[in-house]
Design a protein around this ligand. Structure first.
Ligand SMILES: [Fe+2]
Ligand SMILES: [Fe+2]
Length: 201
């Protein structure tokens, strides 16, 4: 089931689907914060530090320890800072080495596709595009269910990067490129955060 299908499930008026709630997800949720180390080379460490924060906030939301607004603020930050750093700095720096050593770039396409899905889910939650969606979105409960799907998707996405793409980057990127990537990430983070904090997107 892709993310759109998951949203469609929540958007259904079927009574059974109405019973889907955050606690249902929590039961099946492995504690990512306890199973990931968030440690790597200088090429990925800035992004892994952000992952640690993402996992902690998404898990807190699933356990009702933070509000919907706090989660959505972080998703907004991730879309406008973290995803951009990955899409425009880490992935382009790493892609040639993945192709050279593995001969395919599926891991990159999967991760980039998830960025697009999460952005779409977030935009739909904030700005329903049809009257039907506008009706659906009216209740806090609907919003919470959709936000829970975003939180769960973010957790799975971080897990896939920490254990998949980033490990490939550690293995195949030459040291020199790792150093250049670390510097570019540092600069990029500074300028994206300053734009984000001033309300620019
Ligand atoms: Fe990502
Ligand atoms: Fe990431």
């Amino acid at each position: 089931m892709d993310h759109q299908d998951e949203f469609s499930l929540c958007e259904s008026t079927d009574a059974v689907n109405r019973t889907v709630n955050i606690s249902a997800y929590t039961v099946n949720l492995m504690k990512f914060s306890k199973n990931l180390k968030f440690e790597g080379s200088r090429a990925t460490q800035i992004l892994r530090d952000q992952h640690r924060n993402t996992v902690s906030l998404c898990e807190a939301f699933m356990e009702n320890r933070i509000t919907l607004e706090e989660l959505l603020d972080h998703v907004d930050y991730s879309i406008n800072v973290h995803f951009v750093l990955e899409d425009t700095i880490l992935i382009p720096a790493f892609a040639p080495y993945l192709s050279e050593f593995l001969g395919f770039d599926d891991p990159i396409r999967v991760v980039s596709g998830e960025h697009v899905s999460i952005k779409r889910m977030y935009a739909t939650l904030l700005n329903p595009v049809t009257f039907e969606e506008a009706d659906e979105i009216n209740t806090d409960r609907e919003k919470h269910e959709k936000a829970a799907i975003i939180a769960r998707t973010m957790l799975q996405h971080v897990f896939r990067e920490e254990n998949g793409l980033f490990e490939l980057a550690e293995r195949y990127m030459p040291d020199r490129v790792k150093g250049e990537t670390a510097l570019a990430l540092m600069e990029g983070k500074k300028s994206l955060e300053s734009r984000f904090n001033s309300g620019g997107r």
